[in-house]
Ligand binder design. Structure first.
Ligand code: TXA
Ligand code: MG
Length: 308
């Protein structure tokens, strides 16, 4: 990556244009979070429902509390996990300068400091908070390579910064800090146990009646239909395997031959895309253990398999 490309990206952002950039989780579709028109054009480029708020990316804690009301528990979480794949939902500070559109009508904002050199350099170079959803068309699988962004949004962005493959591969953990007991809205690679070890008790969406805005049931969808927890394959199915397998599937990709959940999460979205490219109509997916990162992987698979 040439430094001049980052300078060009910074100029684009200052001019209100959209720049796709890599983070450790997935590629983001970035725009200036202070600029209503830039934020509105993010929704337009994605075809995203206007009621689904956007995450604002900042360099770190100091910038976060320039926009969000101070919260001691959130501060401990930032100290423990930032920069990293944890998004915190916090009340907007009085006179918060962020566009109201990033909040989609709510009085809170989602903030995260990405753990990626390119993203951090861009944030520091511009000094601009960057609103960025995943850089896919709404409802589609998140991009983990620059080429995926080109497929999804080529022509709709001023620039795509190429940082290679995203190391985590699934989107950040989202934690709602606006309630007395923090609520896990979206599982990710920072686990419920890791968060609880810092702030004590947390609850999880689905435990009660709490629903996250925009956590649509069908999401992260490939073109092919998915059949989960498959012990064997049926006629005409491709296999998305996990661990050792002796399957004779005509088309087979393995999330991780060694049964490693970190490797599996990094491969998940790109393998779903690769199977789509092969034109398969149905994908059988091997069981993924419901522990650690497996919880986030199963969450994405369930959404990908949900009725459209
Ligand atoms: O890893 C990630 O989080 C990636 C990278 C680019 O940072 N971004 C991402 O953004 O996944 P997106 O827009 O695809 O997902 C953001 C999630 C949505 O489910 C949204 O509803 C929730 O975060 N969210 C954002 N702001 C919120 C707010 N103020 N209140 C409640 N939920 C919020
Ligand atoms: Mg997304």
């Amino acid at each position: 990556m040439q430094y001049s490309q980052i300078e060009t990206a910074a100029t684009c952002l200052r001019e209100g244009k959209l720049v796709a950039f890599p983070t450790e989780t997935v590629y983001g579709l970035g725009g200036n979070a202070l600029d209503d028109r830039a934020v509105a054009s993010i929704y337009a480029a994605k075809g995203r429902p206007q009621f689904n708020p956007l995450i604002t990316h900042v360099a770190g804690m100091q910038d976060a509390f320039a926009y969000a009301a101070h919260d001691a528990r959130a501060e401990s979480l930032m100290q423990a996990f930032w920069p990293g794949p944890l998004t915190l939902i916090l009340p907007r500070k009085k006179d918060c300068a962020l566009s109201l559109l990033v909040s989609a009508g709510l009085d809170c904002i989602g903030l995260r400091a990405p753990d990626h050199l390119l993203a951090q350099t861009l944030l520091k170079e511009t000094g601009i908070p960057i609103a960025a959803p995943s850089a896919n068309r709404s409802g589609r699988v998140s991009p983990t390579l620059a080429a995926h962004v080109e497929e999804e949004l080529g022509g709709r962005v001023a620039m795509i910064l190429d940082g290679g493959a995203c190391s985590v591969g699934i989107e950040s953990t989202v934690l709602d800090m606006t309630r007395e007991v923090p609520v896990l809205l979206r599982p990710g690679s920072i686990t419920r146990e890791q968060i609880a070890s810092v702030v004590g008790r947390i609850s999880v969406v689905g435990d009660g009646k709490i629903k996250a805005p925009g956590m649509l049931e069908s999401h992260y969808a490939p073109d092919a239909a998915l059949r989960l927890n498959a012990q064997h394959i049926e006629q005409g199915e491709a296999l998305l395997a996990f661990g050792t397998t002796d399957s004779r599937a005509p088309i087979m990709l393995n999330l991780s031959e060694h049964g490693d959940l970190t490797e599996a999460s990094a491969n998940l979205f790109s393998m779903l895309r690769a199977l789509d490219k092969r034109g398969v109509a149905r994908i059988a997916v091997s069981p993924i253990p419901m522990e650690g990162l497996g919880i986030a992987i199963n969450d994405r698979l369930l959404r990908a398999a949900a009725p459209r």
